[in-house]
Design a protein around this ligand. Structure first.
Ligand code: KIV
Ligand code: ZN
Length: 395
C-alpha cells in the first residue's frame, strides 16, 4: 500500500552523503590524485556534510590509499568506502578506513532483472542469500553498514522488499535505493519510498537514502521527491558530477531544502556559505570549469544584465533573487553591465566606483555607454570610469 504522507520521523534533518570522491570521480574527465581528493575532502569537511564517500578501496591501490588519506585527516563527517558484495572488497574497505574516527562500509549488488540475468547470472534466491551472508560479514567488521540494491528503481517491488529485509536482518543501518540509470520520476520515487517504508519489515530501524543519476536531468527533483516519500539521506556530488550525466548536485539539493524549507519541512546541517569554495576547489583540481549558467554556483547564478531586472534588483533584490549570493559564499550578486542595462544600473555602478554625479551626467554619458556596450560583451568598471571622466573613445 502506498501513502501520500511524509512517513519518516527518524531524523530531524536530511543527511548529506557526498560521493564526489567516489561516484563523481568515476566520471570520465574527473579522476583525482590523492592530493586532489584531500583538497576536496577538506572543502567537504568545511561544508559539514554528514558522510564523505572517499572512494572504492578495492578498485585500485591508489583508490585505497586515497580512502586511507581522507580517513586519516578528515574529522567530523563519517568516512565511507564503497565495496561490492563480496568479502574481499569488504575487507579492503575496512582496512582502508581503519584510521577514521567514524567509518562506514557501503556495499551493493544488482537486484533488477537486467542485472540479475545479464550481469550477475544469479537467481533471485542466490542474491538474497548473498545479501544475508555478506552484509552480515560487513557488520562483523563495522557497526555502520549501508546496503544498496543497485538499479533498485527497475527492480520488482516485492523482490526489492525481500532484498531490503535481508539486509536489515543482517544488520545494515542505512538502506540506499539507487536510481542507477536516472530513469525514475519525482512522483514515482516518492511513491516507492513511501511504499518501502510502509512495507519492509524493520524499515523503522534504518535510514532510507536516495541516490539519483541525472540521465534525464531529473536527479535533484527525484532526490527531493524521495525526501517527500521518507528518505532522510541524499547521496549527491559537488557540481553534480558522477557516472554519465552525473549525480544529484549537492549544492542544488542543499539550497532547495534551505530555500523551500516551508515546503519540505526539513533542512540539512550543511554550512551553505562554504558551497562556492567547494565548487571552485573541485573545478580547479579536476580542470573542469563550472558552467556559467550552473544553478547556485555558476557565474550567472546571481548576475543580472537585463535593464528591467537590474532596476528591480537594485530597488529590492527579492524581485529577481530567491537566495542571497552570500548565503552560498559568493561575494555578492553581480550586476553585469551590457547592452541590455539601463540607467539605474549605470548610476548605481558609477556611485559604487566612488563618483558623486548628477542625474544629468548619467543622461549625458548613457548614449556613449550604449554605443560601447554594442561593441563588447560586458562594459567594465574601467570603461565606465573613462566615460564618467570624459576619457572614453566610443565614437
Ligand atoms: O548508481 C549506483 O547504483 C551506485 C551504487 C554503487 C550505489 O553508484
Ligand atoms: Zn551511482
Amino acid at each position: 500500500m502506498t501513502t501520500e504522507t511524509e512517513t519518516n520521523t527518524d531524523e530531524d534533518h536530511v543527511k548529506i552523503f557526498d560521493t564526489t570522491l567516489r561516484d563523481g570521480e568515476q566520471a570520465p574527465g574527473f579522476s583525482m590524485s590523492t592530493d586532489a581528493k584531500l583538497i576536496v575532502a577538506r572543502a567537504l569537511q568545511d561544508l559539514n556534510v554528514d558522510i564523505i564517500e572517499a572512494g572504492f578501496a578495492a578498485a585500485s591501490p591508489g583508490d585505497s590509499a586515497s580512502v586511507s588519506a581522507v580517513a586519516s585527516e578528515i574529522e567530523g563527517p563519517i568516512i565511507c568506502s564503497l565495496a561490492r558484495l563480496n568479502e574481499g572488497d569488504i575487507e579492503a574497505a575496512a582496512r582502508a578506513l581503519e584510521p577514521a574516527t567514524k567509518k562506514r562500509i557501503h556495499t551493493f549488488i544488482g537486484t533488477s532483472p537486467t542485472h540479475r540475468e545479464a550481469k550477475l547470472k544469479m537467481s533471485k534466491l542466490e542474491i538474497i542469500d548473498k545479501i544475508s551472508n555478506v552484509v552480515g560479514f560487513a557488520c562483523s567488521l563495522s557497526d555502520d553498514v549501508e546496503f544498496s540494491p543497485e538499479d533498485a528503481i527497475r527492480t520488482e517491488r516485492d523482490y526489492l522488499v525481500e532484498a531490503i529485509e535481508a539486509a536489515i536482518d543482517a544488520g545494515a543501518k542505512t538502506i540506499n535505493i539507487p536510481d542507477t540509470v536516472g530513469y525514475t520520476t519525482s512522483e514515482e520515487i516518492r511513491d516507492l519510498f513511501a511504499f518501502l517504508k510502509e512495507n519492509a519489515r524493520g524499515a523503522e530501524d534504518v535510514t532510507f537514502s536516495t541516490h539519483c543519476h541525472d540521465d534525464l536531468g531529473m536527479a535533484v527533483a527525484n532526490s527531493l521527491g524521495a525526501v517527500r516519500g521518507g528518505a532522510r539521506q541524499i547521496e549527491c556530488a559537488i557540481n553534480g558530477i558522477g557516472e554519465r550525466a552525473g549525480n544529484c548536485s549537492m549544492e542544488e539539493a542543499v539550497m532547495a531544502l534551505a530555500t523551500r524549507r516551508d515546503f519540505y519541512g526539513l533542512g540539512t546541517q550543511v554550512n551553505t556559505t562554504k558551497i562556492y569554495q567547494a565548487s571552485v576547489a573541485l573545478a580547479r583540481v579536476t580542470h573542469n570549469p563550472i558552467p556559467r549558467n550552473k544553478a547556485i554556483v555558476g557565474k550567472n547564478a546571481f548576475a543580472h544584465e537585463a535593464g528591467i531586472h537590474q532596476h528591480g534588483v537594485l530597488a529590492d533584490r527579492r524581485t529577481y533573487e530567491i537566495m542571497d549570493a552570500e548565503s552560498v559564499g559568493m561575494p555578492s550578486n553581480s550586476i553585469v553591465l551590457g547592452k541590455h542595462s539601463g540607467k539605474h544600473a549605470v548610476a548605481s555602478r558609477v556611485k559604487a566606483l566612488g563618483f558623486n554625479v548628477s542625474k544629468q551626467k548619467i543622461e549625458d554619458i548613457f548614449p556613449s555607454f550604449k554605443r560601447l556596450a554594442d561593441t563588447c560583451r560586458e562594459v567594465t568598471d574601467a570603461d565606465l570610469v573613462k566615460l564618467v571622466t570624459g576619457n572614453a573613445q566610443t565614437d
